[in-house]
Design a protein around this ligand. Structure first.
Ligand SMILES: *Cc1c(COP(=O)(O)O)cnc(C)c1O
Length: 381
């Protein structure tokens, strides 16, 4: 239950064992087309381009910077955690000038601050944001930011690597210009795939940008995508697996997938708070929950006890949150009893480490949340 890589369902693992196919064939073209069509449905876009890359999410992030900015161009970077800080590092690597909008880790940006910066800096070309900041579990109001940026000449880039397939993303309705996604989070495939969704407005910037680019050149990607191919050798086996995951998501229904993530993470947060622990994020995301342990209990001891004694693998904190939090992922192939198991392991580990708490308190609070909804259908079979 880490926030990535996330569990891979059995039928997706089986798909990975199919014969390896060539990527310049009719057979591959049909799979590629189905994957792009499915991703468009999940991204809620009618006609924006979707490019698949053999890379991790960071490669797709780099592609967004390289394809939309020239050295000396101005951008806004919202920073509130390890992943959103990466946008600033990438801008620096490409010589772009960025206005940092720094927020306390665990908080979410006030969209009004972006509006203010855009008014004061009409030469800003790109706004870089993060839907779910995986290092803090905080969610950003991308809908509000999208409405603001859409009314300007700037484009909006969203890192949705742990947001898409977890919570609502309305690419067209919210005016999102570049959406970055990765395979190993809510898309339930092994690490190695990234995809980007690019709007018409962004495509105009791609033609104007002068940054050096080759592997990740969206112009080459577009030519290939129009033929249901990738510019370079496609990781066909991973894409076959991705098709299986997408079929699973569409079979459950995108709205139901989102509702399930909200239910599971909501139950987890309720259970955690019943134990007297604090959730770090003010506006928590539904794919990952960052939790502050009680006073006197080191977060890494808690994490290690959960893994070594009870076999529940959760993540620790990163950078300035190292040793201060644990992070529990509830993404993709995750169901009610995973949350119960995690809470149970959390309770027992807390008691093992000397924290006084009634066993069953968190589990019970979570069960009450889970039982209060009639809509939930069993996800794992
Ligand atoms: C996982 C993740 C990424 C991509 O990281 P890679 O290690 O390159 O796959 C990017 N952004 C966020 C918010 C993430 O959680």
């Amino acid at each position: 239950m880490t926030p990535g890589p996330c569990p891979v369902p059995p039928e997706v693992r089986l798909a990975l064992s199919r014969p390896v196919i060539h990527h310049r064939t009719e057979e591959y073209h049909a799979i590629h087309a189905a994957v792009v069509d499915g991703l468009r449905k999940i991204l809620k876009t009618e006609k924006n381009d979707v490019f698949l890359f053999a890379s991790t999410g960071t490669g797709a992030m780099e592609s967004a910077v390289a394809n939309t900015l020239s050295a000396g161009d101005k951008a806004i970077v919202v920073r509130g955690g390890k992943f959103s800080e990466r946008w600033g590092e990438l801008c620096r690597a490409y010589g772009a000038i960025f206005i940092p909008l720094d927020i306390e880790w665990g908080k979410s940006v006030d969209p009004g601050l972006i509006e203010k910066q855009l008014t004061e800096n009409p030469d800003v070309r790109v706004v870089f944001t993060t839907l779910c900041e995986t290092s803090t579990g905080a969610k950003t109001d991308i809908e509000a930011i999208g409405t603001i940026v859409a009314g300007t000449g700037a484009i909006l880039v969203v890192d949705a690597v742990t947001g898409l397939g977890v919570s609502e993303v309305e690419t067209d309705a919210w005016g999102l210009d570049v959406v970055i996604c990765g395979g190993q989070k809510a898309f339930m495939v092994p690490t190695g795939l990234a995809f980007v969704c690019v709007s018409e407005k962004a495509r105009e910037r791609v033609d104007l940008a002068k940054s050096p680019r080759y592997y990740f050149d969206y112009r080459r990607a577009k030519k290939a995508a129009d033929k249901n191919e990738t510019a370079w050798s496609a990781p066909a086996s991973l894409i076959i697996a991705l098709k299986e995951s997408i079929d699973r998501i569409l079979g459950e229904g995108v709205e139901n997938v989102i509702a399930r993530h909200a239910l599971l993470s909501g139950a987890l947060r309720t259970g955690v708070e019943a134990l007297g622990l604090k959730v770090l994020a003010d506006s928590p995301a539904d794919g990952v929950t960052a939790i502050l342990p009680p006073e006197g209990i080191p977060a890494d001891d808690l994490r290690k006890t959960m893994l070594d004694k009870y076999g529940v693998h959760v993540a620790g904190g990163q950078e300035r949150l190292r040793g201060k939090i644990i992070r529990i992922g509830t993404m993709g192939y995750c169901d009610t009893l995973d949350v119960i198991a995690a809470l149970s392991a959390l309770e027992m580990s807390l008691v093992n480490l000397g924290y006084t708490v009634d066993l069953g308190l968190g589990v019970r609070a979570a069960e009450e949340v889970l039982m209060a909804t009639k809509k939930h259908k069993r996800h794992k079979k």
